[in-house]
Write a protein that binds this ligand. Structure first.
Ligand SMILES: [Zn+2]
Ligand SMILES: [Zn+2]
Length: 230
């Protein structure tokens, strides 16, 4: 175990070229793009510099090449990975698309939110043979994260709608400070209606009282959702 020189996180990765510890976030910094990353122990045992080659084509990689680095630190030409992915059965699952010559999936698990993991997903998302699987993984993990936040407030707002009479006086007035823009979409403006000479002022007053009551329920529902959804 060592420490990432840049961000001081504990890491077991070591850049052989820079001779420094490096983590799964900082490894995507451009200066390490073509550096051999292994463990410190490996480096101590074998001081010979390793050529930086594509793990599929054995071509020596240059800064002009578009490459992808997987979690096991192996580098590949992105075009070679595309050919490799296309050769897999189309019904393969995300786990089925393994890093060449290993059993590890190319796409890290959803809870891996390191910059390297995000970069792998971004680069692979260009390819139709895996794009839908990555998008599904992202959507599912977003849903998992959002589930606890939103499930309860939705249930509560339904009960508010069907049970207007349960609202107490203090409940209603504690929610008056809702921004007008949110709550009054269908209410005619007071100025407009008052300028209309055909409108009976008594009927108008009662009309506005009803509108206020209806709006109050909507306001309370919106405010509850906003307050509890955060
Ligand atoms: Zn770092
Ligand atoms: Zn380096």
């Amino acid at each position: 175990m060592g420490i990432c020189k840049k961000c001081r996180k504990i890491t077991d990765l070591y850049c052989w070229h820079c001779q420094t510890g490096i983590c799964y976030d900082c490894v995507i910094d451009p200066e390490h793009a073509l550096h051999y990353i292994g463990s410190y122990e490996e480096w101590v045992d074998n001081l010979e510099p390793r050529p930086v080659i594509c793990g599929l084509t054995n071509k020596e990689l240059t800064p002009e090449d578009e490459v992808i680095r997987f979690k096991n630190m192996q580098l590949f030409l992105l075009s070679a990975i595309d050919e490799y992915g296309k050769s897999k059965p189309p019904e393969s699952t995300l786990e089925g698309f393994t890093i060449p010559n290993t059993n590890e999936p190319m796409v890290p698990p959803p809870d891996d939110q390191s910059r390297l993991a995000k970069q792998i997903r971004e680069k692979l998302k260009r390819y139709p043979w895996i794009r839908h699987l990555i998008e599904k993984q992202i959507t599912q993990s977003d849903l998992e994260r959002g589930k606890n936040l939103f499930a309860e407030p939705l249930v509560k707002s339904e009960s508010i709608l069907s049970n207007k009479s349960d609202l107490t006086e203090s409940d209603q007035y504690s929610h008056r400070a809702v921004p007008r823009k949110v709550a009054t979409t269908k209410t005619p403006s007071t100025e407009q209606t008052l300028q209309d000479p055909t409108v009976d002022p008594h009927a108008l007053k009662s009309h506005h009282t009803h509108l206020r009551e209806d709006n109050m329920v909507i306001q309370i529902q919106i405010t509850k959702n906003i307050n509890e959804g955060q």
